[in-house]
Design a protein around this ligand. Structure first.
Ligand code: XMP
Length: 516
């Protein structure tokens, strides 16, 4: 793989995505990894990411100079560029002046990374310190007003660095620079594609599972469906899918799974009605993390029961279900604090929310993939488009969209409002444009309204339409007022408990997509 060393902030994920967009497989590693750790992964190339520190700050992440003696091609970006300069004997100066945003770059020599570049271009900068002198043996390729050395390289040693952020879309020639590094600088072939992912995962799943039985929690969403389809391709009938109706689903969901997924794959499906059980477990709880943990735990208990039934039905006494398939994605792993040094923002039920006494070994064939990659793999596997293009819906379902205690009545209210919003968004043709639109019930908030001649004292519903590339960051969708108006009118007319509809206009960060 190409290893992206994470020096903090959100840059590493973005770099990893861009490398994969260049059809080269990449993985993120924490900056605490030693050179030996890195080399043990047999990297084809290494990219040092940007980060929030100054190389002079106490405890700033440090790059071991031995990394540059290993013969592995390295690209340093922003902080990584400065750390590289420092480690190799260049000078980095604290300028006290920040260069931030679109910045004019003067290219004096194109070298490798800037091959094909015009003499002047705009790049995205975000830094305080600057490299003032390149290390010995390095050519300076570019400068900007605040960066005497804005790019350098030592072609022979295959070491490269840039001060700006090629991974952000605000650097128009950024992807080209990354590709120059990967293809020309590191000599890599762009051959990572969905077909390879499938072949590799099928082999891995077979090696992990052998001839044991496997169950898969199927939600009908993209992730679990593609995970199930992969496992089915790998081990066929050893797989039973379990659809848990936890009562936190949107309307029509169970039917859709049968219609779209089972019909096209022929997979064995078990539907479990666990509504009472989840409601009981959630009763009295309002804290978001507690709710997430409870839902995660109950899921597993239901899977355990289902596993026993699968064995009983098979008539093979003494056998057991050893494996549980989950559609965990890379951002879930990173955001649940799975990447070392990453903060735990939320316990996604399929990562951080698992109970400690889990009786299954997990099979997570999508653990290294981003959502768009999962969709590509799904299409390649022949998963129906109706599923592949479904908007994300969180495992804990409506349970984390009721702010306050979850009750059966509140679920009915939210389900009704959500169905209206989804129907109107689909009717307006906005499904692809909008990444997803959580509909949230503020169950403990009431406001005064008037309907007919009467006073009402009802609850607000929040619409949270967002646009995103991978759910790591998002912006609120500027959707047509007319559609918002229709949704608002219909919800307040058709759902008696709701007398107000509000729009969430917060990006991520600082808000997350879901309210809990
Ligand atoms: P946040 O709210 O963290 O959401 O910005 C990012 C994306 O993840 C989805 N989400 C989840 N998906 N299990 C899931 O399978 C979960 O526990 C979970 N929590 C959030 C959310 O809908 C959005 O797409």
């Amino acid at each position: 793989p190409v290893l992206v060393v994470d020096f903090g902030a959100q840059y590493a994920q973005l770099i990893a995505r861009r490398v994969r967009e260049a059809s080269v497989y990449s993985e993120i590693v924490p900056h605490t990894a030693t050179v030996a750790d890195l080399l043990a992964k047999d990297p084809a190339a290494i990219i040092l990411s940007g980060g929030p520190s100054s190389v002079y700050a106490d405890g700033a992440p440090f790059v071991d100079p031995a990394l540059f003696e290993a013969g592995v091609p390295v690209l340093g970006i922003c902080y990584g560029f400065q750390a590289m300069a420092q480690a190799l004997g260049g000078t980095v100066a604290q300028t006290g002046r920040r260069e931030y945003g679109g910045t004019a770059l003067e290219v004096s020599a194109t070298g490798t990374v800037l091959a094909g570049s015009p003499e002047q271009q705009t790049v995205w900068m975000s830094h305080g310190d600057a490299v003032h002198a390149a290390p010995e043996g390095f050519d300076v390729l570019a400068t900007s007003e605040g960066s005497p050395v804005a790019a350098f390289e030592n072609r022979e040693r295959r070491l490269f660095g840039v001060q700006w952020h090629p991974e952000v879309k605000h650097s128009p020639l950024g992807q080209k620079a990354l590709e120059n590094f990967l293809y020309e600088g590191a000599g890599l072939t762009p051959d990572w594609n969905p077909g390879n992912v499938i072949a590799e995962q099928v082999e891995r799943i077979r090696a992990q599972v052998g001839d044991a039985r496997v169950i898969c929690g199927l939600s009908g969403g993209v992730d679990s469906s593609v995970a199930a389809a992969l496992v089915q391709r790998a081990v066929g009938d050893q797989l039973t899918c379990v659809f848990v109706d936890h009562g936190l689903l949107r309307s029509g969901e169970a039917e859709q799974v049968e219609k779209d997924f089972v019909a096209s794959t022929g997979v064995r499906l078990k539907i479990v009605d666990a509504r009472a059980r989840f409601l009981q477990a959630l009763a009295g709880h309002t804290d978001p993390e507690t709710k997430r943990k409870i839902i995660g735990r109950e899921f597993i208990r239901v899977f355990e029961d289902a596993a026993r039934e699968v064995v009983a039905e098979s008539g093979e006494t003494g056998s057991e279900v050893k494996f549980l398939v989950q559609g965990t994605l890379y951002p879930d792993v990173v955001e649940s604090g799975g990447g070392e040094g990453a903060a735990n923002i939320k316990s996604h039920h399929n990562v951080g929310g698992l109970p400690d006494d889990l009786q299954f070994e997990l099979v997570e064939p999508l653990r290294a993939l981003f959502k768009d990659e999962v969709r590509a793999v799904g299409l390649e596997l022949g998963v129906p488009e109706a599923i592949v293009w479904r908007q994300p819906f969180p495992g804990p379902g409506l349970g984390i969209r009721i702010i306050g205690e979850v009750t059966a009545e509140r679920l009915d209210v939210l389900r009704a409002a959500d169905a209206i919003a989804r129907e109107e968004l689909t009717r307006a043709g906005l499904d692809r444009e909008i990444w997803q639109c959580p509909v949230v019930l503020l169950a403990d908030v009431r406001s005064v309204g008037v309907q007919g001649d009467g006073r009402t004292y009802g609850h607000p519903i929040v619409l949270r339409p967002v646009s995103s590339e991978d759910a790591m960051t998002a912006d609120w969708t500027r959707m047509p007022y007319d559609v918002l108006a229709t949704i608002s009118t219909r919800i307040t007319n058709e759902v008696p408990e709701v007398n107000r509809v509000v729009l969430d206009v917060t990006s991520k960060p600082p808000g997350t997509i879901e309210w809990e």
